[in-house]
Design a protein around this ligand. Structure first.
Ligand code: NAP
Length: 333
């Protein structure tokens, strides 16, 4: 089968179309013919992980060395990227009960990656489920990672109808779903994003949009019940005045100072900081499918590229021009 392989860290040019062995599903696995995979934050970071400094690493610096060891110190350990996908089940292992040949699925191999290939095997109990019937493969491939992270993390904030929610990073993978989910839960949502994506964030349902290149939300006099900060760009002391009396700031990406603010505010009856690791699993994907089919969540595909142009897709994804997701396609349907 064809796959996009990389054997050294670096710019998009390190991605090469290569012939590799087609995988065979184990007894508890399904073989998926992958029609579409999104290019996400994880792909771009893993492709050039050697150049990410502890400062640029969006998690506590203490985790930087172990993460480097996991990804590979000098060369990538994993050779095929692609963390989320949509496709069709081509074969099932003998113990599989959740899927049948021909099922249309979407899934998240996550940090084991592997979706940048014509076929992938996933455990049937992994983060894989029937895809939303009202989405194309290209659309469905952009949903699993961002929507699962957003759904599991937003649960920690217990959003109630009428609350004011600020999503920092509302144009990205996680933030665009967090925005839509918060709105679905009845919140009035303000999205923060870059200039090129203001219209997209409005179209996704934000009541207000703040362009972070033009305006600092901490200076606008508004207060929010929940601030959901995708890249951990702000800190509790900076954001404190922008929270209501019992408001919560939830960090999706966090460093040591964010963790210390969480410890300091944990027992206070007032404003709180929360740093949290997201959950995942097929149960989330089942819930998300229902929300998509009910019209509560949608997606925006900016551009698609064929598998042979994976390097071009990565270049476009990190260019800052894109409004929405970048998708790599393969296979006749
Ligand atoms: N907690 C967990 O378990 C968990 C799980 C998965 C991922 N993560 C973390 O989530 C992050 C990736 O999220 P993602 O995939 O949604 O990323 P993404 O798709 O790259 O989106 C990043 C968002 O941040 C915005 N942004 C960039 N610079 C900004 C600034 N200076 N101020 C405000 N907003 C800014 C971008 O806006 P524009 O594009 O419009 O400029 C975009 O909306 C990573 O740090 C990763 O470590 C955490």
């Amino acid at each position: 089968m064809k796959a996009i392989v990389y054997t050294e860290y670096g710019p998009p040019e390190v991605l090469h179309l290569t012939e590799v062995e087609k995988p065979t599903p184990k007894d508890n696995e399904i073989l998926i013919k992958v029609y579409a995979r999104a290019v996400g934050y994880g792909d771009l970071a893993a492709r050039d992980f050697r150049s990410i400094t502890p400062r640029e690493f969006n998690m506590p610096s203490l985790l930087w060395v172990p993460t480097k060891l996991v990804f590979g110190l000098r060369k990538p350990r994993i050779r095929i990227l692609g963390a989320e996908l949509a496709g069709e089940v081509e074969a099932v292992g003998k113990d599989v009960t959740r899927f049948r040949v021909g099922d249309q699925v979407y899934g998240y191999p996550g940090q084991s990656f592997g979706a940048n290939a014509e076929y992938i095997c996933m455990r049937e109990t992994g983060s894989v489920a029937l895809k939303p019937a009202n989405m194309t493969y290209e659309e469905a491939a952009t949903v699993p990672y961002g929507a699962m992270m957003a759904l599991s993390l937003l649960k920690k904030a217990s959003i109630r109808p009428g609350q004011k929610v600020l999503i920092i990073g509302a144009s990205g993978s996680i933030g665009s779903y967090a925005l839509q989910l918060a709105k679905h839960y009845g919140a009035e949502v303000t999205g923060v994003c870059g200039t090129a994506r203001v219209d997209m964030v409005k179209a996704l349902g934000a009541a207000h949009v703040i362009d972070y290149t033009q305006e600092d939300f901490t200076q606008n006099g508004q207060q929010y019940d929940v601030i959901f900060d995708v890249l951990g760009k702000t800190t509790f002391p900076r954001a404190e005045n922008s929270l209501t009396a019992k408001g919560t700031i939830l960090y999706v990406s966090f460093k040591l100072p964010h963790l210390l603010h969480m410890l300091r505010t944990a027992r206070s009856g007032g404003k709180k900081a929360i740093c949290s690791i997201s959950g995942e699993g097929f149960e989330y994907l089942d819930t998300i499918r229902e929300l998509v089919e009910a019209g509560a969540i949608t997606t925006v595909v900016a551009r698609t590229f064929p598998l042979e142009q994976a390097a071009e897709a990565h270049r476009y994804a990190e260019s800052g021009q894109r409004t929405g997701h970048v998708v790599i396609t393969s296979g006749a349907r």
